[in-house]
Design a protein around this ligand. Structure first.
Ligand code: PLP
Length: 406
């Protein structure tokens, strides 16, 4: 594996920042990643050189901007190997993509008593929209339980899927545990019963190669900001056969073909689902982020981060009374832990003063915390710009803090 970590670090200007006079060690990458200069430049170029509203303009700038936005769509298509670029719907992020689905898919295909199957390790954004739908439409939400290692209890799948199940919606990788779920098995089992599957890829696209055609998932959703891209832009990939039939989500400009007071006809895909002025600086930024990731290679990123995870596991294991949450065989570079009875917030706050940013709390996965019977964890999550030296600092500092708390 060939990786020039100094060069990669120099691509991210924020890594030169100090916090409390100390060099920044950033291990909150599952929450959001930092942006390389090429992404910052791409966004700023939009506003400096060709800012203009897209699709409808006849003038030069509008054409340039439209091309940049549609090029970004093609980059996403290629990145996840979708069959068509019109299967890529730009949204504000994973959360909006799931809300779109829980509205548009549900309006078209679900009725009272139908079941949606999720899992016990979902992020709130793949729980609450379905609970709202339970209230709105009387659907029934079920979940695949997990075991103590933080893996899905796959043997429960057969008994959970029945003729009322109309959608399976599962996270690819758990944000709180790092577990990589066996989504291909889930997709195949669901498809055997003609049930479509949505995969929440918010924690996956930045770590592993995604091929939606090979996976054969019906929907795949993710956020730009966790993939070294900007905030406010995300993706809903959907197979044409579903998107074509689904009701629009938001009404407004762009998503229509004709409007009169007698009625409205809707635009073709993907525009049917993109009402209003799209976030074209966001899409261009996301396109630049994808180019950046490809310039390193997602497989290289995956291998490097696995090494970081191994190093962190080894280092942190030496701390007395440490308890890990999420010890699945297949894991991404996310590590969740507690030390004795010390509240995670106390450790997190002290680490922050030492310049180390980690996450503390329930990580928007309260049902998961309820399963483990804990208020939350400390979570360190690694990205391509992190180093073993930074991890050593985390281990050493955590040890010192733990000693202080006795
Ligand atoms: N799903 C998972 C697994 C996540 O980790 C997150 C964010 O942490 C989300 C969904 C929501 O993403 P966003 O806040 O970008 O919409």
């Amino acid at each position: 594996m060939n990786i020039d970590i100094d060069k990669i670090r120099s691509d991210f200007p924020i890594l030169n920042e100090e916090v409390y006079g100390k060099p920044l060690v950033y291990f909150d990458n599952a929450a959001t990643t930092h942006k390389p200069q090429v992404v910052i430049d791409a966004i700023s170029e939009v506003y400096k050189k060709y800012n203009s509203n897209i699709h409808r303009g006849v003038h030069y700038l509008s054409n340039v901007c439209t091309h940049a936005h549609e090029d970004a769509r093609k980059k996403v298509q290629e990145f996840i190997n979708a069959a068509h670029s019109h299967e890529i719907i730009f949204t504000r992020g994973t959360t909006e993509s799931i809300n779109l689905l829980s509205t548009s898919f549900a309006d078209t295909f679900l009725k009272e008593g139908d079941e949606v199957l999720i899992s016990q390790m979902e992020h709130h954004s793949n729980i609450v929209p379905w609970q709202l739908l339970e209230k709105r439409k009387g659907i029934v939400l079920k979940y695949i339980p997990i075991n103590k290692t933080g893996e899905l209890e796959m043997d429960k799948l057969d008994s959970l899927i029945n003729d009322k199940t109309k959608l399976v919606a599962i996270t690819h990788i758990s944000n709180a545990l790092g577990t990589i779920n066996r989504i291909k098995t889930i997709i195949d089992k669901a498809h055997a019963e003609d049930i479509p599957v949505m995969i929440d890829g918010a924690q996956a696209v930045q770590h592993v190669k995604i091929d939606v055609q090979e996976l054969d998932c019906d929907f795949y959703v993710f956020s730009g900001h966790k993939l070294y891209g900007p905030t406010g832009i995300g993706v809903l990939y959907g197979k044409e056969k579903w998107l074509d039939k689904m009701q629009p989500y938001h009404g407004g400009g762009e998503m229509i073909k004709t409007v009169s007071f007698e009625g409205t006809t809707f635009n073709e895909l993907p525009f049917k689902f993109e009402a209003g002025t799209p976030d074209f600086s966001g899409s261009v930024g996301l396109g630049a982020a994808i180019d950046y990731v490809k310039s390193i290679g997602i497989e290289v990123i995956d291998q490097y981060e696995k090494k970081l995870l191994e190093h962190a596991n080894k280092g942190l294991s030496s701390i007395p009374n440490i308890r890990f949450f999420g010890t699945a065989k297949e894991k991404a570079s996310v590590i969740s832990f507690l030390i004795g009875d010390i509240h995670p917030f106390d450790i997190g706050t002290m680490l922050d003063k030492m310049g180390i940013a980690i996450r503390t709390g329930h990580h928007c996965a309260q049902p998961l915390m309820q399963y483990f019977n804990i208020p939350g964890t400390l979570r360190a999550s690694f990205a391509i710009y992190n180093t073993k030296e930074e991890i050593d600092k985390l281990v050493e500092s955590t040890q010192r803090v733990a000693q202080l708390f006795g």
